[in-house]
Structure formats: C-alpha cells, structure tokens
Design a protein around this ligand. Structure first.
Ligand code: GLU
Length: 314
C-alpha cells in the first residue's frame, strides 16, 4: 500500500522527523491542564501503520501521552453503533463551528440548543451521555475496551495524574455540561458524564497505538492484521468526514488545504491521521499552536502526506 519499501520508508520518516524537530520548540504545552503543562514541549515522534500491518516509527515514540480529543472519534463511533445516527444527530450537529474547541458561545444561540458537532468539547460531552451502558463506569469501560481492541493493545488505561488534573481543573467543561443539562436535554447525571469524558481524554497511548487505530479507519473499519470487522463501514466513513471538517477545530480548513488527510488532534499534542486505503499515522508533539493543535505535529503530518501523496483531494 505504501509505494516505498520498508527500509526506505523508515529512513524517510526519520529524516522528516529531524526536519520538523526545530518547530517542536515553538509551541506551548496545554498548561490549562497542569499535568500536560509539565510535559517537555520539544518531543516529536511518529509511527505509520500500513494496511498490511507493517509499522515504521521514528523520533520520540517511547513517549506515552493521553488521547485527549482524539478519544472523541471512538466514543462517537460507539454512540452511533449503540443508538444509530438518527438519535445521535438529533442531539449533536454535523457542522464545523469555526470556534475554539471549548467555546460555549454558539450553544446559547443555536435553536434548538445543541452542540454543533461531536468533536468540540460540548458535543463530546453530549456523546458520553449516548454511549450504551447501565452505569457511568460501564460506559467508560466500553470506550476503553473499544480503544484497546482497535489498537490491538490490551494494556491501554487511564493516566491517573492527567485524569486527576483534568477533573480538578475542568471548570469550563463543567460549565458546558451544566449548560447542556439546562438547555439541550443532557439526560444523565452531569458529574458522572463528566467523569466518563475526563477518563476517555486521559487514556494513555503511544504513536504506535494511534497508527494502528488510524489504519483500522483507513481500512473501512477492519483490523489490518486479520481483516476482522471492528466498525460499521458507514460509521467509519462518518468519523473520517468529521476528522476532515472538525478534526483540528478552527484550524480544520488550513489542515484540509495544507495536508488533505483526515486527522484528529488532542491537546496532549497527539495526532491520529488516517489516509483511506493507504495507512494510519500517529504523531506526538506536545507544543501546541494557538488553536490547540500540535505545531510540529502538523508540520510533520504535512511532510508525510506531501511526500507520500496522501491527500484525499489530489
Ligand atoms: N481534555 C481536553 C479538554 O477537555 C480535551 C481538549 C482537546 O484535546 O482538544 O479541554
């Protein structure tokens, strides 16, 4: 699938990481979550997994980080599998906002009040309400186990330091959730739903885990290793569409123009990208740009996508 042999791709990936490394000193870590603010900003690493399950890594791929907003893709897919699109899209919209990821502004002006899409914080909190499960604990475990299955890594779990840090400082997310309870029909207990959200954001992964999950999305929802179907192909397509339109928040247009590959960022500096029919890509670069996306990670993704001709618009 990758029209380069393994050794050449390995060498190329190393040189792309080296080339982009200077940018890793330009961004700022996400200090509004204190545990993320303490991570060195100049880390940069990437892993690529093709649809024959071959993985290539370069840079600081030993660094583990939390999924943050990347988790929103997987809770959305589970909610779609559990409730179907009619119910899910009755509660969250499908449109990009052009606003920052944690903005509350449009919630008050949209009639009927509902988050504009599932990739902003308000939308993702609403999605946690829709994931199936008798208790909040069960809902979270289903999200975690889904991530474990897609990444073929049964050890993925919550990073307790980041979880505590998010939970104790997540005042904006709390405000969003209470607003949704008041105006947009959030059904469950607000603190329990927030707990699912903080935990899904705190799942600790590696670049390799992201590359594997990206490869499943690139493979119409089937595991590249065995061909086993993991995601309904239509929901896989839905997730990729949201990654293009909303995956980098109010930087999604720029990403579509400069990179042209579906991708989702998180404020830990992680990026999961998925080139349909080609490969999954996992990147870490904790220094963020002003829109909360990995600065060096975006440059690196542009380099990988450009050199391997991955743009879906090309
Ligand atoms: N846990 C983060 C928050 O709620 C996720 C945001 C992101 O990764 O963009 O603020």
């Amino acid at each position: 699938m990758i029209n380069l042999d393994y050794d050449t791709l390995q060498a190329e990936l190393r040189s792309w990481v080296d080339e982009c490394r200077p940018y890793s000193r330009e961004g700022e870590t996400a200090g509004y979550i204190p545990a993320l603010g303490r991570v060195p900003g100049d880390i940069l690493g990437a892993a690529v997994c093709d649809l024959k399950d071959r993985v290539v890594e370069a840079g600081d791929t030993g660094h583990k980080f939390t999924l943050q907003s990347i988790s929103k893709i997987f809770s959305l897919i589970l909610a779609l599998e559990d409730c179907g699109p009619e119910i899910v899209f009755g509660r969250v919209g499908m449109e990009p906002t052009g606003d920052p990821f944690n903005s509350i502004a449009k919630l008050e002006f949209t009639r009927p009040s509902r988050p504009l899409n599932p990739m902003i914080n308000a939308g993702a909190i609403m999605i946690c309400d829709l994931v199936g499960g008798g208790t909040a604990g069960e809902k979270f475990r289903r999200i975690r186990d889904f991530v474990r299955r897609l990444s073929s890594n049964p050890h993925i779990d919550v990073d307790p330091e980041v979880y505590e840090s998010e939970k104790s400082t997540g005042h904006r997310n709390r405000a969003l959730a209470y607003f949704l309870k008041d105006t947009a029909g959030l059904k469950g207990d607000v603190e329990e739903i927030l707990d699912i959200y903080f935990k899904q954001c705190s799942l600790q992964v590696s670049c390799r885990d992201l590359a594997y999950m990206g490869a499943v999305l690139a493979n119409e929802g089937r595991l590249p290793s065995s061909g086993e179907p993991m995601i309904n192909p239509f929901y896989c397509q839905t997730a990729l569409a949201f990654m293009v339109t909303c995956g980098f928040y109010n930087g999604s247009g720029q990403l579509a123009v400069e990179v042209g590959v579906p991708a989702k960022s998180g404020v830990s500096g992680g990026i999961l990208s998925s080139a349909p029919g080609r490969m999954g890509i996992g990147i870490i670069g904790p220094g963020l740009d002003l829109k909360g996306n990995s600065l060096a990670g975006r440059m690196l993704l542009a380099r990988i996508a450009g050199d391997l001709n991955l743009s879906i618009f090309a």
